[in-house]
Design a protein around this ligand. Sequence first.
Ligand code: ZN
Length: 283
Amino acid sequence: MPRIPDPELQRLKDEISVQRLIEASGVELKKLGKDIAGKCPFHADDTASLVITPAKNLWHCFGCQIGGGVVDWVMKLRGVSFRHAVELLKDETALTSLAAGGSHPIKQSTVRSLPAPVSLDSDDRALLLQVVGYYQQSLKDSPEALAYLQKRGLVHPELLDTFKLGYANRTLGLRLPHKNRVEGAQMRSRLERLGVYRESGHEHFNGSLVVPVLDEHGQVKELYGRKISNKHKDDAPLHMYLRKNPTRAEACSMWPLWRPAKKSSFVKRSLMRSPSGVRASAM
Ligand SMILES: [Zn+2]
């Protein structure tokens, strides 16, 4: 799983006030010397054991003996993973809903708080385009993927939008309804049928730059993925395509052209055309 770059994490820790976040969760706070204290929502607390140190942007509960920064607060309050908490903090809509969520902690959240980028009502073509759109936004928000493009000399300002380049950073699943819910299970099974998800439930292109192959109508005929890091398991391919699935018929005609070539050069496989017919010759 691609790790969250340190500068991105640091930015969240610097920009989001733990005091405001905790207040917004419904905890009443009072001044306590240089610190601020309130009743901890994670245990029956009569004595205001929750102490916030604004100078360090940290919190600590002397009852539960737990604490940390903004990410730890969201993990504990919402019962979500580290990665999920970071995504919630990065997303303004989700941040608002965190604030509106009250201080009642959720042990293990089964309700996703991030808006889903794909819709069950969409047909397969629209669904693939939604995935492409989500990956495209993820790329723009991912310094590590942008750094990869830069390293490859792919720096033209119109490149990302012209070729709808994207980045799969394993966050799509965090935005789908949970898999134990009907919509969540249906969505995953559709994404699996389209080749975006694996049977294991993982995102197929995880950690990859994703390049859509579009037809003349702008429909997605194939997705090509290239891992942005060479540090992965030996048996994991560097290059990949949508997972072949016997029940997915529409893109079959493309497969002979786009068969995965394990070690072939990144440059050679760049004869994919943009909607405007321009070649990505630098790829
Ligand atoms: Zn506590």
